[in-house]
Write a protein that binds this ligand. Structure first.
Ligand SMILES: *[C@@H]1O[C@H](CO)[C@@H](O)[C@H](O)[C@H]1NC(C)=O
Ligand SMILES: *[C@@H]1O[C@H](CO)[C@@H](O)[C@H](O)[C@H]1NC(C)=O
Ligand SMILES: *[C@@H]1O[C@H](CO)[C@@H](O)[C@H](O)[C@H]1NC(C)=O
Ligand SMILES: *[C@@H]1O[C@H](CO)[C@@H](O)[C@H](O)[C@H]1NC(C)=O
Ligand SMILES: *[C@@H]1O[C@H](CO)[C@@H](O)[C@H](O)[C@H]1NC(C)=O
Ligand SMILES: *[C@@H]1O[C@H](CO)[C@@H](O)[C@H](O)[C@H]1NC(C)=O
Length: 862
């Protein structure tokens, strides 16, 4: 790849190749979108002219070609030079391109004048490798040549304005610094050096050494404070553009680097190598932005500091997750390139950190208040205090902008964390120190990424690469231990913290509201944690960073990398209520409750239930289902009954019936079973309690509702055999009816068999005919006559059947009332149908007239 270019609006990278092809890649989808087979010689130069939809190429066949990248048509082609074309520069506003060549010339072409050559720039004495137009003065351009010089030219003057000399070998590449503050050029050469030039006083202000081979490309990034250099040594080096410190060396193993392209307004940088091309994204992922508790947001757009005020939005309607229409105010530019911005707790100051420096500004006017060098800066819980990490071993604490203490933590300082206690990370883990006297409070074996303290200082979240922990800080125990020196080891105060929970989620950003920890996770969820429970507020469609929570708005605010601000609603009353519950402060909870809107009550109730406060949950919930469940669990029959009445759900009645039975509330149970139409249950209840009346009602009700089995059984239990028979007939169970009659009601057999025959004849005459009616075939039914007599007799005794609930009225003979004060007399029938059947089986028909079926002692015994 001999040259690369980035399209200003499309996600396209243009690459021209040594084999004669030119490609356009979509770097978002990583697909090849267009190819131009330009020629079979190297194409060393290719540029987009976005305003014309063109790609312009220059090749070793000395031809300039112009293609329309939409139609892929070649718009124009002409011989531009008498040797290889090395570079093309497109004028930002005029219809011009500049070309440079091994013929030592630079030429200006005007496409509005039929691509005529309007000027030739002569002066170099070797190949002209690169030309670049000054972004601050479009009339000026600079050229790099293998004659070891850099020349600066004016459009309109064919001789150079001046020449910069200093490289000891051929110069391959050149670029202008585009920031307003410095008149700088950068160059790279075969002497392996990179030089920074002040083109006003024409001196070399800096030489960057490091590349091990010819330097082939250089770039001042148009926005980030970096210099990018590429070399035939295969590496790309990133240097700080003010300090000239080497920040990073990139080696992708793609052989020699030939070209680099960066773009204003983008962090993408395109690189071309012997073996291909690469797009890298430079800069920090996390935006430098911070919000104070009043909704004033400060962020850095590159070096420019800007402010947006949520209050200024007025009453504009806000939707969850939608970008907020914020007016942005410029606050001026920062002397360092901000990597982080952080308000202090009371919001009066902001600290900007970057490039190993920090500056504390007043938040209102961005006036600097203090500054210094530091690897890291953290605010204390107390707004006037902060700490800096000066090196890997020294931490300094400041109060009211004055250094209060400098100390060397025992195992070094690889990171510091602000908040209620000062956290210091080392290879050994995390150590918490008292801000006041830097006494060790507790050492914890953990490698934290972030630490978030709640406002009260009672709770702290320690987030690691894999999970996060919620700890309770026991300040009384700490105070006691400090007093008595008991329970203090070399790792600090043993009882200083209590672990409340660990959650397997990776926290990206977080904050506390009361006892609720709100965070964004690595999978782009917006969640909060309270009392061991995780509540998801939203699924985010991209990485977002929490800025803060404004209780007055009931909203959470988040920002993204592009400095868009969005918000999500989260009711402060809910958070306050949950916080109160976690603290077992039900007085407070009750005060907060009325401010929670009805539609949120059930959510709160579920939270209460999970915390084990079912009674409170029942009081709070507005969801009938949830309330019914709770009422059942709590055995609250009345409430459950009311809910069942309202819901008219058989399922609820059934559940309630069960509960009623378990509570011996049979009346209620009966009603519930009735509502539930649970006839089986009713039958069980009625028989178990010996309630004949109920069995009777049940029989009638069941029959009406077509619950035939229950109806049959209920009639049968009452000895109402006629009803049983009629039920069977009515329901078309004629064979069963016939057998019932044959067994219990012989006088009815004839009638039923007739019906049976009739019916059967419709489908099978032969089968119908083979059914014998006992009155016609008495011979086939021996003892039928006697059976009629028994039937009459038994009918009588069945009518006398007494249910168990009448037991108290029953008198039995003295001998059965041993130790029983009840006076008794014999002669009562206490029996069941089953007993009766047994009786009948054993009955000698001949004795019928003479034998009264009095229950004697034996039967009772059975
Ligand atoms: C040039 O190389 C590219 C990438 O290897 C390839 O896709 C293309 O077909 C080649 N073009 C010619 C003309 O060989
Ligand atoms: C160089 O350009 C400046 C304007 O930018 C002009 O004033 C000056 O005369 C030029 N010098 C030469 C030698 O052309
Ligand atoms: C040229 O200007 C730079 C600042 O851009 C300064 O550091 C340097 O000393 C100046 N050199 C001369 C020779 O005036
Ligand atoms: C560096 O440039 C010189 C010409 O100045 C050239 O001879 C040499 O081959 C180049 N180095 C590499 C590694 O290509
Ligand atoms: C702070 O402000 C003063 C003037 O108000 C200025 O001289 C100084 O350079 C500034 N320092 C930083 C680091 O911003
Ligand atoms: C006749 O018998 C059939 C079953 O074979 C039954 O479905 C139907 O209800 C009966 N009809 C009457 C009038 O009983």
């Amino acid at each position: 790849v001999k040259s690369v270019d980035l399209h200003p609006t499309e996600p396209w990278m243009l690459a021209s190749l040594y084999n004669g092809s030119v490609c356009v890649w979509n770097h978002e989808t990583q697909t090849l979108v267009k190819t131009f087979e330009v020629c079979d010689l190297p194409v060393r130069a290719a540029k987009f002219v976005a305003r014309k939809n063109w790609v312009v190429t220059g090749a070793d066949d000395m031809q300039i070609r112009v293609f329309n990248y939409n139609t892929l048509e070649r718009v124009h082609m002409f011989e531009a030079h008498s040797d290889y074309i090395r570079c093309i520069a497109v004028h930002p506003t005029q219809p011009f391109i500049l070309t440079s060549s091994d013929d030592m010339l630079i030429k200006l072409w005007d496409w509005d004048k039929k691509w005529s050559c309007s000027q030739v720039f002569e002066g170099h004495t070797h190949y002209v490798m690169q030309i670049v137009i000054n972004p601050k003065d479009n009339n000026q351009f600079a050229s790099a040549s293998l004659d070891r010089t850099i020349k600066v030219w004016q459009l309109g003057s064919s001789s150079p304005n001046f020449t910069l000399e200093g490289h000891e070998k051929g110069v391959n590449c050149i670029d202008y610094y585009s920031g307003g503050d410095k008149p700088y050029l950068i160059s790279g050469a075969d002497d392996r050096l990179v030089k920074i030039w002040d083109y006003q006083n024409k001196t070399c202000v800096q030489t960057l050494e490091g590349h091990a081979q010819n330097v082939s490309c250089v770039s001042f990034h148009p926005e980030l404070p970096i210099i990018i250099t590429g070399s035939e040594d295969g590496t790309v080096r990133i240097w700080h553009s003010s300090t000239y410190r080497l920040e990073s060396t990139l080696n992708y193993g793609m052989e020699r680097v030939w070209c680099v392209a960066s773009l204003r307004g983008s962090n993408n940088v395109a690189l071309g190598y012997d073996e291909g091309s690469i797009i890298v994204k430079l800069g920090r992922e996390e935006p430098a932005m911070s919000m104070d508790s009043n909704g004033k947001i400060i962020w850095a757009k590159h070096s420019e500091v800007q402010q947006a005020n949520l209050k200024a939005m007025g009453d504009a309607e806000i939707k969850d997750g939608e970008r907020l229409p914020l007016a942005v105010k410029d606050m001026g530019s920062c002397e360092i390139y901000p990597q982080t911005i952080q308000h202090n707790p009371n919001g009066r100051f902001v600290v900007v950190c970057g490039d190993g420096e920090y500056i504390i500004y007043t938040a209102m006017a961005l006036r600097n208040k203090s500054f210094g060098s530091a690897q890291e800066f953290v605010w204390a819980h107390d707004s006037s205090e902060y700490a800096i990490r000066e090196s890997n071993s020294v931490v300094k604490i400041f109060k009211n902008f004055k250094e209060k203490k400098s100390f060397k933590p025992d195992f070094g300082a690889e990171g510091i964390y602000g908040g209620f206690l000062l956290g210091v990370r080392s290879v050994n883990g995390l150590a918490f120190y008292d801000w006041e006297n830097t006494e060790l409070i507790r050492r914890i074996e953990i490698q934290p990424k972030h630490i978030f303290w709640s406002d009260s200082g009672e709770l702290v979240c320690i987030a690691t690469e894999e999970s996060f922990f919620i700890l309770k800080y026991l300040s009384e125990k700490v105070a006691a231990a400090q007093e008595t020196h008991e329970g203090v080891t070399e790792d600090g105060i043993e009882d200083a913290f209590e672990v409340l929970g660990e959650i397997q989620e990776i926290v990206k950003t977080g904050l506390w509201v009361g006892d609720c920890f709100i965070y964004t996770s690595s999978v782009n969820r917006l969640n909060y944690y309270v009392g061991g429970e995780i509540v998801t507020i939203a699924h985010l469609d991209r990485t977002m960073y929490l800025l803060g929570y404004i209780p007055k708005d009931n909203r959470l605010y988040l920002g993204d990398k592009e400095l868009n601000i969005v918000s999500y609603s989260l009711l402060v009353s809910v958070l306050e209520y949950q916080t109160a519950v976690m603290r077992r402060d039900f007085g407070m909870a009750d005060k907060v409750l009325p401010t929670i809107p009805k539609e949120q009550r059930t959510r709160v109730a579920h939270f209460l239930e999970k915390q084990g406060f079912k009674q409170q949950a029942l009081a709070v919930s507005t969801d009938p289902e949830h309330r019914f469940e709770l009422a059942l669990q709590l055995g609250e029959l009345k409430i459950a009954y009311q809910l069942a009445v309202e819901a008219e759900s058989e399922q609820k009645w059934k559940q309630l019936a069960e509960l009623a039975i378990s509570k011996c509330q049979f009346g209620l149970a009966q009603e519930c079973l009735h509502h539930a139409q649970d006839y089986g249950g009713l039958l069980l209840l009625a028989t178990a309690s010996g309630n004949a009346n109920m069995v009777n009602k049940l029989a009638e009700g069941a029959e009406k509702d077509g619950k035939n089995n229950v109806a049959f059984m209920s009639y049968f239990l009452q000895g109402k055999l006629d009803s049983c028979l009629e039920l069977l007939i009515k329901t078309g169970r004629l064979p069963e009816a016939a057998f019932l009659a044959r067994t219990y009601l012989p006088s009815q057999v004839s009638r039923v068999v007739k019906l049976w025959r009739e019916n059967l004849s419709k489908v099978n005459q032969k089968a119908a005919d083979s059914l014998a009616d006992p009155t016609e075939y008495e011979n086939l039914f021996p003892g039928l006559k006697e059976a009629f007599v028994v039937e009459e007799y038994v009918k009588q005794s069945l009518a006398d059947l007494r249910p168990a609930r009448e037991y108290p009225l029953v008198t039995v003979s003295k001998q059965w009332a041993v130790g029983n004060p009840v006076t008794t007399h014999a002669g009562q029938h206490i029996t069941t149908l089953l007993d009766l059947e047994d009786d009948l089986d054993n009955l000698d028909l001949e004795d019928i007239d003479t034998t009264d079926i009095n229950l004697d002692e034996e039967i009772l015994d059975e």
